[in-house]
Write a protein that binds this ligand. Sequence first.
Ligand code: TXA
Ligand code: MG
Length: 342
Amino acid sequence: MTEVLKASDESIGRAAALLRGGAAVAFPTETVYGLGANGLDTHAAERIYEAKGRPRDNPFILHIAEQQEIGSLVSCIPAKAKQLMDAFWPGPLTVILPSADVVPLTVRAGLPTVAVRCPANLWARKLIQRCGFPLAAPSANLSGRPSPTTAAAVLEDMDGRIPLILDGGPCEVGLESTVVTLAGEYPRLLRPGGITLEQLEAAIGPIEVDKAVLNKLEESALALSPGMKYRHYAPSAALTVVGGDAAAERIRELYDQAQNTGRNPAILACAGREGAFSGRVVYTLGVEGNDESMGASLFEALRRVDADGRTDVFAEAIEPRGIGLAVMNRLLRAAGFQYIHS
Ligand code: TXA
Ligand code: MG
């Protein structure tokens, strides 16, 4: 049985005791819910791989409560990494740096580098403080499923697999953190997220965008960012992303075709676009161009699509700017790169 407790000083104490005992516990962050365990303990980290069914070559992010705690986890902090931490921590940014030996190889999947983030969510930070060690925490979904942005979504995937879920309400950002590596010669964006590329570049200048952000990569090109390899965030429904000038028209055709053959289709589009698809079922994302609202509803929409038994979902492509880059990155992965240009 998995217990769900509202986050409070008391339930945080309970969670910290479980974590000190080596268990994995789900907790809220401002991005998505995390499945945490002692990040300096190999056996505790194993609990996470088991509960998620996660492939062993996909490393975790270490979550800390204060910026200075990164000092003991990495072997160096380049100037640009310091600038990014000063600008965006606590917040939805993960930096990758050369690892210190103290971080178990299980946590970093054997890599010489480690991912670190200081979340903004106060419950998350209190929990880490109470534990006295960094929490290794991937998103608290079963591997391959959409990331959970509510405690109910965590329970859907984790019921019976972990002892406790701390409920801190819905996550504000709704998309995972931005992942930037500073372990190479140039800063490189590996995963777009809560902090936009534009914001990062305003802080430290040009950043390379990894090809895997919007493209399907060959096996050989994947060593840098293991997480990019898997079909992610995927609903059970068949999802297709449709882009180009005639996207709306093409989506109407595909939808009607599916309906006429006895399927149960739906459309994913930004709020305000319903008029282009009238008479059809539309699940809305946020308002295009409004970074706050854009990410917040994506994963909930993907989960609702399944709960409602939709068989075919057609998503209208989004301009890959601001949070739109992160939303397109998640949509394309959820679609297994099924993309139609029209
Ligand atoms: O917002 C978030 O980042 C959430 C919350 C819980 O903090 N966590 C999260 O973790 O999204 P996860 O495990 O679902 O995604 C971590 C990503 C993966 O794509 C992983 O491959 C990448 O970070 N990663 C971790 N360590 C890495 C490393 N040393 N080198 C390259 N990529 C790394
Ligand atoms: Mg994840």
